[in-house]
Design a protein around this ligand. Structure first.
Ligand code: AMP
Length: 211
């Protein structure tokens, strides 16, 4: 089963993917995580895209498509696609790659959240530098360190300036996917303003894994 999570950066795609990976045994395909790993390892690719990510711009379709093609061929066939596709050419390429593997996209879920809430969430988000878990400084259970002992860091693109720009980039380049999928597979809208566990339950119901 292939599930696409669409929505503004900060709408909770990563958090929801974490639930589905831990509890439902999906593979997590996060192009953002893949790129951040390349940057952390200072690979040639990481060095090439570092400033682009920091400013909140999208990395080229060509590069992202290559990264995803490699992981689609391996591993589990139950996948959560988080942050991919983000443009129409990426969506077309995904369709082609899955078709070649005799697979398809089963669900496209759109996590809906207002721009104001997205900005608040992005600028208060912290990432564990060790396990990648997502935290928020306003959460009642927020602690200075992750439960795995890792230090919490702020993503370089979670500044107010970069976050605001990423919302604009979403509107220009990713929003057209709503029409693209509406006219093919269909999109299920999920209210992402609810507490994370409730959003998780709504997702499980939407994909037929819970009554
Ligand atoms: P994310 O962690 O999904 O918010 O992604 C962080 C950043 O990685 C984005 O702002 C882009 O710069 C880059 N990125 C992630 N996924 C893609 C994609 N599918 N296409 C282009 N750039 C991407």
């Amino acid at each position: 089963m292939n599930i696409i999570l669409l929505g503004y950066p900060g709408a909770g795609k990563g958090t929801q993917a974490e639930f589905l990976v831990k509890e439902q045994k999906f593979d997590h395909i996060s192009t953002g995580d893949m790129i951040r790993k390349e940057i952390a390892l200072a690979t040639p690719l990481g060095k090439e895209v570092e400033s682009c990510i920091k400013q909140g711009n999208l990395v080229s379709d060509e590069l992202i498509i290559k990264l995803v093609e490699q992981v689609l061929k391996n591993g589990n066939t139950a996948r959560i696609l988080d942050g991919f596709p983000r443009t129409i050419p990426q969506a077309q390429s995904l369709e082609k790659s899955l078709k070649a593997l005799n697979q398809k996209i089963d669900y496209v879920l759109f996590l809906e959240l207002s721009k104001e809430e997205v900005l608040k969430r992005l600028t208060s988000r912290r990432l564990c530098s060790k396990c990648g878990a997502i935290h928020n400084i306003y959460a009642s259970n927020f602690t200075e360190k992750c439960s795995c002992g890792g230090e919490l860091i702020t993503r370089s693109d979670d500044t107010l300036e970069s976050a605001t720009h990423r919302i604009e980039v979403f509107e220009e380049q990713t929003r057209p996917l709503v029409e693209f999928y509406n006219s093919s597979i269909g999109i299920t809208r999920i209210d992402a303003s609810k507490p994370a566990r409730e959003v998780n339950n709504d997702i499980l119901r939407a994909i037929g894994l819970k009554k």
